[in-house]
Design a protein around this ligand. Structure first.
Ligand SMILES: Cc1ncc(COP(=O)(O)O)c(C=O)c1O
Length: 305
């Protein structure tokens, strides 16, 4: 990652190298924090942030789950996001807001700790790589299960939740795969480590429901709203691992990954082992929307410049 110029921290823009935290930060020791990932796209009318308000709503919702009081309003953080993007002239395409319990005591109880908030932007490019974006990603099923809704608040983007994803991702990398497929506590398909998952079989598109302990992805929601425009219906239902093996197409969705084809799972080729036609159609439409080429979805774009 290349350094960018300025980072918004607790109400002020600071230089990249000065955006540091205290070593006794609760969020660092216990994962007491929440974060977002937001994409920034180039359109013919300048740079636009994709679904900024929806991401900020989820940010506040995640904070509520861990009783983290954010000392800024939603509007203020939307404004701050635009401000930090403008303050970075370098090439940036990804925004990372984070809020966390700061320092003041060592121990799990965060109640008296201050809330710290920051918004950074960086250049990310294709999250799993350009080759994977073009030809499809290789997945392996993780031996780590996705915590159930009883084990963790998995529908919130809480920093500590992501150690599970880190374990799964490490395992996948060691096995030579691009990404891990995570199963839920009942053995059904949940999601990737940072993406939701969809399968296509006989023209039908399905995706696991929220009970599988998935994050309610904003890209997932976007795809579910775009698909009917293209004449497809998407069903939320339980999906088994072996159903994915025999799917015609599988794809992942996420802010970082966007709409990403899957070419193999556990060494079984998915369909023809290359991106399928429905995946490509949805990915293309998603790109057109992010570039401001679809009137119906222009409200998802917040122009910056
Ligand atoms: C665990 C997990 N699932 C799914 C997603 C996809 O969500 P979104 O499309 O909102 O980025 C993410 C990324 O935020 C994630 O961390």
């Amino acid at each position: 990652m290349e350094p960018t110029e300025r980072i918004w921290m607790d109400g002020k823009l600071v230089d990249w190298e000065k955006a540091n935290v205290h070593i006794l930060t609760h969020g660092l020791h216990y994962g007491g924090g929440v974060f977002e990932g937001i994409r920034l796209y180039k359109t013919s009318k300048g740079r636009a942030i994709f679904r900024l308000k929806d991401h900020m709503i989820r940010f506040f919702d995640s904070a509520k789950v861990i009783e983290l009081k954010i000392p800024f309003s939603l509007d203020e953080l939307c404004k701050a996001t635009k401000e930090v993007v403008k303050a970075n002239r370098s090439k940036v395409d990804y925004i990372r807001p984070i809020a966390y319990y700061g320092s003041g005591a060592v121990g799990l109880n965060p109640i008296k700790l201050p809330t710290k908030v920051a918004i950074a932007c960086i250049f990310m490019g294709a999250y799993l790589g350009d080759e994977q974006q073009k030809y499809g990603a290789k997945l392996v099923t993780s031996s780590w299960e996705k915590p159930s809704n009883r084990a963790a608040a998995v529908n919130a983007k809480i920093c500590g939740n992501y150690v599970n994803s880190v374990l799964a991702r490490l395992e996948a990398v060691h096995k030579g795969a691009d990404e891990a497929l995570m199963l839920d506590s009942g053995g059904n398909v949940a999601e990737g480590t940072g993406e939701n998952i969809f399968m296509v079989r006989n023209g039908e598109i399905s995706t696991p429901g929220m009970a599988s302990g998935i994050l309610g992805g904003i890209t997932r929601d976007s795809v579910m709203k775009i698909a009917p425009e293209l004449g497809y219906e998407i069903t939320e239902r339980d999906i088994t691992r072996s159903e994915l093996y025999v799917a015609d197409e599988v794809f992942l969705t996420g802010t970082a990954a966007e709409v990403l084809p899957v070419r193999s799972i556990d060494d079984r080729s998915i369909g023809a082992g290359k991106p399928g036609p429905i995946t490509m159609e949805l990915a293309k439409e998603f790109t057109s929307i992010t570039m401001g080429k679809r009137k119906k979805f222009l409200h998802w774009l917040d122009y910056v410049d």
